[in-house]
Structure formats: structure tokens, C-alpha cells
Design a protein around this ligand. Structure first.
Ligand code: ADP
Ligand code: MG
Ligand code: MG
Length: 622
């Protein structure tokens, strides 16, 4: 979720006057932590997951599924348990607000440890979390883990219904009531709009089924009769931050044993981001239309793109401004580890950085790679500034640093330790889309943790030029990328290069291997064979790996492929790419059931069933 502070945020006009103050002190705060903790060693490999949920209401009589805007209500109860000294110690899940008032985020109560048997706790923790929140729900209210609500932004898609075109988002689709009540979210929305000087302008290609007219164009008129001229033909147009930040995802954070290990992991996980985005694809529908993409990434990037015309290079630059190549939400622009496999040629994007920040860091002894990473984050303005936190003790606080850091939403995030805490240097892995069941979410999470173990144990080298990762990010989102996409990947992962370093591979080859290329799942098996691991844990891990492996092979469908199939095979579907109220109802109802344990063979095959059999046979044996 990111930084939440208390108090009243400044308006954009006031906040922008504080931008230099926040940056200047933010850098001192980073430097303070860096000086104190750069040499800290031997932190444990801890890690945790974050799952985001939507609240929905099912109206069985009218066959309608609506978003339920109850998040604040439930958070108050859940957070008061966290704060109560009598219940605090026994808390096994933590709950945080997310952008939309129909969303909530959960994490395990404490991070998992380095023990392999911790892998068994993930799914159990996710199931417990779902049960916990279920206990509070109203009649007909349910929890789903869908990346996007298919009819988000269609008229009256919430219960109770609300009108769009409020003063915060000014969206012709999204009511302001959908924005979480915490002032951070309203302020982010307004500041982004005001900074860029217009509403955000999001478009994704529409899926051209046989009855979609070419070019596809919608008459888009605001409630006060003004035509919206920004919609591009053949795209689904969206005009509010909620369309992106109102999507759910599955994230993970890893604590590394040292700063240099965190930097190494950051780089390797950056390369894995597009691969895991394609494998976890789960969002083929936007605003009631089938799209020609399977993932949310470009939607969310456009939904918080606060760049001005100058920064976009559309008008000449004034002083101290930069032309910026990407949204604040996007793939990373530079690697940060100076480890043995890194080559400067891999950082092949022209990096935009704040030279004042860079020089300050370098003067204080921060090396070039880390200094340019931070100086790149600091090209952005702080969007939410609280008057109460303007003056801080830079040796003991880090809110100014976190302000800029937490509104740079990239595929991976390098997280310095919070001042005065026992937490170490961490890396957050952010690209994955959430799956409908806890079993699938646990499988993706365990797969990624195992990958980090394999990277570290075998000292793997996944480096690609950043420009190729960017190409992969675009390819990962295309419809059916998991089967038909090709991705740049290193041909040899175990050493530096000789000859041609990379080639275009299918996801199947990357994950399962082919010819001389071993593949990531087989590498994980080698790792598992090298450690002591009890049978039960091993069996469960095999189930998870089998899901990942079969999805990469195309033997099982990704969530996106399944949702697309669900729509196109629905009796109410008219081959016009429209996801009607009725289809939406059946789809959301299905997602509710899957969340509650229904097995869909096309999605999970026999992976989960075998798991159950194992449990039963164990019980029989006891
Ligand atoms: P965010 O930046 O998303 O707000 P948080 O600091 O709240 O992140 O932590 C989110 C994730 O990090 C959770 O999954 C949590 O379990 C995990 N986490 C918390 N502390 C640690 C730690 N010391 N090491 C690794 N992961 C941690
Ligand atoms: Mg979140
Ligand atoms: Mg997070």
C-alpha cells in the first residue's frame, strides 16, 4: 500500500512549493540510513506477501454484481485489533487500505522466515485472511481476488449506486465515492490531475470480435454535455486513476542479508518482472469490454501518469525540468548492483536524473549506480505533502524520502531500512496480477521465493539490457502472451557471457527448459535436491511448481485466458466484445466460488486435487 501519514495534505498549489524541501531533506534522510546501515550484514532472509481484494455484492434476483464500498468500515475493526494491546500479540494478519473504497490489502501478521517449511504457511495464511474478513461481511457481500472488476466504470457499478463526475476525479465514469476516504488517495488523484493539467488519459486496445465495428469509437459525453475528445479509435478509453490503482495485485517483499545482496536481488527480479507478469496475467476486461491485452500494467501506468507537457517533450523545457521517458508507475530504468555479472552496457536507457541529488550522494560516498538510481527516483515531485510533517529530524525520520519513493511505483522497489528499526535492506517484487484462489496465489508466491533462493545459491546471472526488459514488459501484456509471446532471456544463466548472450524464448522454454537451456523450474528442482526438506513440504512445493510449469506450457489456462473464455462462451455474449451485466454477474459469482475453494480444472488441473488427496491419505495413515 505504501506510505500513510496522518493530518491534512496540502493542495497541489501549496504542495508544489514544498517539492524542493521534500527532496532536499529526503536525500539527507536516505544518506543518514545509508551511512549507518550500509555495512550491516547477516540479516535473515525474511519475506512476506501482499494480497489485494475487492468487496462485491451479488444481487441474485437481478443477476447483478456490484462493487461494495465498505473498506473503511472493515478496516476500522481490523486495525483496532492490531492496536489493542490485548489482541496485538496474537494477530496473524495485517490489513491496510488501498486506493479504492471497494479494496483492502492483507499481509501475514509477521513476515515468513528463511526456513523452507515456512512455504507451507503461505496458503494457510491466505485462507485464514479470507476467512477472517468473511466473518464481517454483510448479507450478499463477498470478497474476490480479481485483478480488475470487469464492469468498473460502467454506469451504476456499485451498490449503492453513485454518480460519476465528482470534483476529485472529474471522471465521466468513476464516482468519487470509489476513492478511499483516507486523504492520501483523494490528494494523489487531484495532484496528478492538476500537475499534468488534465485528466489522465488511459487507453487499451479493444478486442476486435466479429461484431465490433472498425474503427471502434464510443460517443463519450460528460454529464454536463461536453464531448470528450481524447479517446483514440479502437481503444477502450478510461479517464481516472481508479481504473489502474483500483486494480488488485499480488506483491512480495524480501529482506536480504546485506545491502549488496538486496541490490543483486533487485536486478535479477527486475528481469523476472515481465515473465511473471505474463504468467500471472489476469485482467482481460476493462469498463465492460474485452480488451486485446491480458494484463493491467499499461492501464495502471497511464492511470497515474502525472507528466506535464514539458516533461513529455511536447513543449520546450523551462529551467530545472526534464523530459521524462516513463510514467511514475512503470518498469525500472536502471540496474543498481555492481556485482560481478553487471556491465554498464546493460543500463542502456538514457537515464534522467536530478543532478543536484546525484552530486550530493556521490559527494557523501554513495557509488555511482546507487546514486543514479536514487537521483532518478527524485526527478519526481512529491504528490501528497502534509503540513504537519514538513519539519523532520533527518537522522530519525524518513518520511520525506518515503514520500518520493512510495510514489515511484516500479516493477521492483529497493527499500532501505526504516531508521531506528531492526528491519534490513529489502526488495519488493510488484508486477504480478492476483489470482482467484489462495492456492494459485500461494503457488506464484512460493515460486518467486524459490527463484530468489536459486539466484542466491547458484549465483545466477539473468542480466539483460534494460531496453530488452522494456520490450518484454510490452510483450507480456499482449493477449495470450503466455503461449504466443517471445521474451528476451539469457541463454546461459550460470556465468558471464561468451558470444551471443540473449535470445528470444517462449515462456515454456524459460520456465521449463528446452535443449541446452535448463529452465527455471528444473533449476529449482536442483536446488530442492540440494537441501534437506521433509516430504510433506516437498510435496506441496511440487504442486505449486506444477501449476507454474503447466501454465507456462499452455496445459493450464492463465486467469486472463480463462476469463476471456468464460465471457466468449457465455450464452449472453454477442461477439461484440461487450461484457454485459449478466456476464459480469456470472463471472464475479464464479470468482467468489473459486476464492472459496471451487476447483476449475482448466485453471489448476489436478494440482490442487492431488494436494487434497495427500492430506486425506496422511490423515488415514495417522
Ligand atoms: P509496503 O511498502 O507495501 O507498504 P510493508 O513495509 O508494509 O510494505 O510490507 C509489506 C510486505 O513486507 C509484507 O508482505 C510483509 O510481510 C513484508 N515484510 C515486513 N517486514 C519485513 C521484513 N523485515 N523483511 C521482509 N519482508 C517484510
Ligand atoms: Mg497494495
Ligand atoms: Mg506493496
Amino acid at each position: 500500500m505504501g506510505l500513510l501519514s496522518h493530518g491534512a495534505p496540502l493542495s497541489w498549489d501549496e504542495a508544489k512549493l514544498q517539492a524542493d524541501h521534500v527532496r532536499k531533506n529526503g536525500i539527507e534522510q536516505f544518506l543518514s540510513v545509508y551511512r549507518k546501515l550500509k555495512d550491516r550484514q547477516n540479516d535473515f532472509l525474511k519475506w512476506g506477501d501482499e494480497v489485494e481484494y475487492f468487496f462485491v455484492k451479488l444481487n441474485d434476483k437481478e443477476k447483478a454484481a456490484k462493487l461494495s464500498l465498505n473498506s473503511t468500515k472493515y478496516l476500522e475493526i481490523l486495525n483496532s485489533e492490531e492496536e489493542d494491546p490485548f489482541t496485538k500479540e496474537a494477530i496473524d494478519s495485517l490489513w491496510r487500505p488501498e486506493y479504492a473504497s471497494y479494496m483492502i490489502e492483507s499481509t501475514p501478521g509477521t513476515p515468513y522466515g528463511h526456513d523452507i517449511s515456512n512455504f507451507l504457511e503461505v496458503e494457510e495464511s491466505m485462507m485464514k485472511r479470507r476467512r477472517k474478513i468473511k466473518a464481517f461481511l454483510e448479507d450478499n457481500e463477498y470478497l474476490v481476488t480479481l485483478t480488475n472488476f470487469p464492469r468498473l466504470g460502467c454506469r451504476y457499478c456499485s451498490d449503492p449506486p453513485c454518480e460519476p463526475y465528482g470534483p476529485i476525479a472529474k471522471s465521466i465514469f468513476i464516482p468519487d465515492e470509489f476513492i478511499n476516504l483516507h486523504p492520501r488517495f483523494e490528494t494523489l488523484t487531484k495532484s496528478i490531475r492538476e500537475r499534468r493539467g488534465s485528466k489522465v488519459n488511459i487507453s487499451v486496445p479493444i478486442f476486435h470480435d466479429k461484431f465490433v465495428v472498425r474503427p471502434f469509437r464510443e460517443p463519450l459525453v460528460s454529464p454536463d454535455g461536453v464531448a470528450e475528445r481524447v479517446a483514440k479509435p479502437d481503444t477502450i478509453y478510461m479517464d481516472a486513476m481508479c481504473f489502474g490503482m483500483g486494480c488488485s495485485c499480488l506483491q512480495m517483499t524480501f529482506q536480504a542479508c546485506s545491502l549488496s545482496t538486496a541490490r543483486y536481488l533487485y536486478d535479477q527480479l527486475a528481469v523476472m518482472s515481465p515473465i511473471m507478469l505474463a504468467l500471472s496475467a489476469g485482467s482481460p476486461i476493462y469498463r465492460g469490454f474485452l480488451a486485446d491485452v491480458d494484463c493491467r500494467w499499461n492501464v495502471i501506468a497511464q492511470s497515474v501518469d502525472d507528466r506535464t507537457e514539458e516533461e513529455l517533450g511536447q513543449i520546450p523545457l523551462a529551467n530545472n525540468k526534464f523530459v521524462i521517458n516513463k510514467s511514475r508507475y512503470d518498469s525500472i530504468d536502471c540496474f543498481i548492483s555492481p556485482g560481478p555479472f553487471f556491465k554498464h552496457a546493460y543500463n542502456d536507457l538514457r537515464l534522467v536524473k536530478d543532478d543536484l541529488v546525484y552530486n550530493r550522494l556521490v559527494t557523501e560516498g554513495v557509488d555511482d549506480l546507487l546514486a543514479q538510481h536514487v537521483a532518478h527516483l527524485f526527478i519526481r515531485d512529491p504528490l501528497v505533502v502534509y503540513k504537519e510533517s514538513l519539519h523532520q529530524d533527518n537522522e530519525a525520520q524518513s518520511e520525506h524520502f518515503e514520500n518520493i519513493q512510495s510514489t515511484n511505483w516500479q516493477t521492483v522497489r529497493f527499500k532501505p531500512p526504516p531508521p531506528g528499526s531492526s528491519i534490513g535492506w529489502r526488495v519488493e517484487f510488484r508486477p504480478m496480477e492476483v489470482q482467484m484462489s489462495d492456492f494459485e496465489n500461494a503457488a506464484y508466491v512460493v515460486f518467486v521465493v524459490l527463484l530468489t533462493r536459486v539466484f542466491l545459491s547458484f549465483n545466477l546471472n539473468l542480466y539483460l539490457p534494460i531496453s530488452l526488459i522494456d520490450e518484454n514488459i510490452q510483450n507480456a501484456q499482449k493477449r495470450d502472451a503466455v503461449n504466443s509471446g517471445l521474451f528476451h532471456f539469457r541463454t546461459i544463466l550460470t556465468a558471464g557471457s561468451c558470444g551471443k548472450e540473449t535470445e528470444l524464448m517462449t515462456l515454456d522454454k524459460i520456465i521449463n527448459g528446452e535443449g541446452d537451456f535448463l529452465g527455471l523450474v528444473p533449476l529449482i528442482f536442483i536446488f530442492l535436491d540440494s537441501i534437506t526438506i521433509d516430504l510433506h513440504t516437498r510435496f506441496r512445493i511440487l504442486q505449486y511448481l506444477s501449476l507454474i510449469s503447466k501454465r507456462a506450457k499452455g496445459e493450464l489456462l492463465t486467469t486472463a485466458a480463462y476469463l476471456r473464455k468464460f465471457v466468449t462462451e457465455h450464452p449472453d455474449y454477442k461477439h461484440d466484445s461487450v461484457v454485459s451485466e449478466r456476464i459480469n454477474y456470472d463471472l464475479v459469482k464464479m470468482a467468489v466460488s473459486v476464492g472459496e475453494g471451487e476447483i476449475i480444472p482448466e485453471l489448476v488441473g489436478d494440482c490442487y486435487k492431488k494436494n487434497m488427496c495427500f492430506k486425506e491419505s496422511r490423515e488415514q495413515n495417522l
